[in-house]
Design a protein around this ligand. Structure first.
Ligand SMILES: NC(=O)c1ccc[n+]([C@@H]2O[C@H](COP(=O)([O-])OP(=O)(O)OC[C@H]3O[C@@H](n4cnc5c(N)ncnc54)[C@H](O)[C@@H]3O)[C@@H](O)[C@H]2O)c1
Length: 371
């Protein structure tokens, strides 16, 4: 008998730039021409049915004019497209169109497109490079940065996926001008969450500039785009694979994700998160990591962003409690919640642990008491 050891230790450099600006199509094409993805000349542009005409098709056209081979793959807009089935359809279409390993994926759109397209890029031909061209506030604030990619299943959101980092992220602030008010408010949910978990000054800024942001004021939009990225990348750089600190980004998501699924995606991601944050500040008050005044301030800021923090009447609250157990933070069958410590910090309830076990009765009590 013999034992052969395959020495496969790796030093991986997954560093990448996030560029924030307006009308970044030409910048992205210039980067490609300058070798951002090596010698690749074939691009699969993944987008959705709304973003296609607005931003993806013009990008495809510009790439073609530069002599690149480009095909676009357009999914129906909305969360219901973020599935294994839709991913398989695009993969089959890419295979039929002759895409092999020498291609690059460009995701043009919001978080649905970047989550699905990033996952697809990680498995297509065992992995091809990808770029994110972000067109929503929510994806600028969160989804396009950090390398978490996934699809939803009937039972839970985002549980099937990969950590897969893009080669570069483009955050085009000009694209926010075509977002409708509901989507803009939904995008604010992750932004407020970032302020709550890591930056009190940003929280105060949001309290005094909410109207400016929602009306598209350029300076305020740039401020929040930069703040969001810096809070997120500081956490991701320390803990890419969510073994500890990265769990803090999950603030509000225990109830948020569960209610998003129970609503069958009638609630947008940010709308669900606003309710999740309202539940978790109540829990934090109960556990003494926040004062009542602080909790009220967080809830008031969500309401100011146009987001309701009440549980809709069509939600079955008992089903919501059950759904909490599909959360990825559940450990040994026990619920775990990330809780704020005041505003601008997270409670590290034992060293290195940011999600604390919470008894089902405590979670149920909060959910039943909520408006
Ligand atoms: N990977 C992560 O770390 C992470 C973090 C947070 C959220 N997410 C995921 O992100 C998704 C939500 O992201 P989202 O809110 O961007 O959703 P989305 O991609 O569905 O976009 C929202 C809607 O806006 C439309 N749209 C996009 N850009 C537009 C524009 N510029 N003008 C007009 N309409 C536009 C889309 O067609 C869609 O109808 C969820 O699936 C969530 O799970 C992922």
């Amino acid at each position: 008998m013999s034992i052969i050891n395959l020495e496969l230790k790796k030093v991986v450099d997954d560093s990448y730039d996030i560029e924030i600006g307006r009308h970044l199509e030409d910048t992205m094409i210039q980067d490609i021409k300058s070798g951002l993805v090596g010698k690749i000349r074939r691009f699969a542009v993944i987008t959705d049915s709304i973003v296609n005409d607005l931003y993806a098709e013009p990008i495809c056209e510009k790439l073609r004019q530069e002599g690149y081979t480009v095909s676009s793959f357009v999914i129906p807009e909305g969360e219901k497209s973020k599935t294994r089935e839709v991913k398989a359809c695009i993969e089959d279409a890419m295979l039929e169109a002759g895409f092999r390993r020498d291609c690059c994926v460009i995701n043009v759109g919001g978080g649905v497109v970047s989550d699905l397209g990033g996952f697809l890029a990680g498995t297509y031909g065992r992995g091809v490079p990808f770029l994110n061209y972000s067109t929503t506030l929510l994806s600028a604030a969160d989804a396009s940065v950090g390398g978490k990619t996934a699809v939803d299943t009937k039972l839970a959101t985002n549980l099937i996926g990969l950590f897969n980092q893009p080669k570069k992220v483009y955050i085009d602030l000009a694209t926010w001008e075509t977002l409708d008010k509901r989507q803009l408010s939904s995008g604010m949910a992750e932004t407020i969450k970032h302020a709550c978990l890591g930056d009190f000054e940003m929280f105060e800024y949001l309290e005094s500039h909410m109207e400016d942001i929602l009306s598209g004021d350029a300076a305020s939009c740039e401020y929040i785009a930069e703040k969001n990225c810096s809070i997120k990348y500081k956490v991701v750089m320390k803990d890419e694979r969510e073994s500890g600190l990265r769990e803090i980004l999950n603030l509000g998501h225990t109830v948020g994700r569960a209610i998003e699924t129970v609503s069958d995606y009638r609630l947008l991601h940010g709308e669900a998160l606003a309710i999740g944050m309202a539940a978790e500040v109540r829990l934090a008050t109960k556990f003494g990591t926040m004062t009542q005044d602080e909790a009220d301030r967080v809830i008031a800021l969500y309401e100011k962003a146009g987001l309701s923090t009440a549980i809709p009447s069509y939600i079955d609250r008992e089903e919501l409690v059950k759904k909490l157990y599909t959360d990825k933070k559940v450990r040994d069958g026990h619920l775990r919640f990330v809780l704020q410590k005041g505003i601008g910090a997270i409670d590290e309830h034992v060293p290195g642990e940011y999600a604390r076990p919470v008894a089902e009765e405590d979670a149920r009590e909060i959910i039943m008491e909520m408006p």
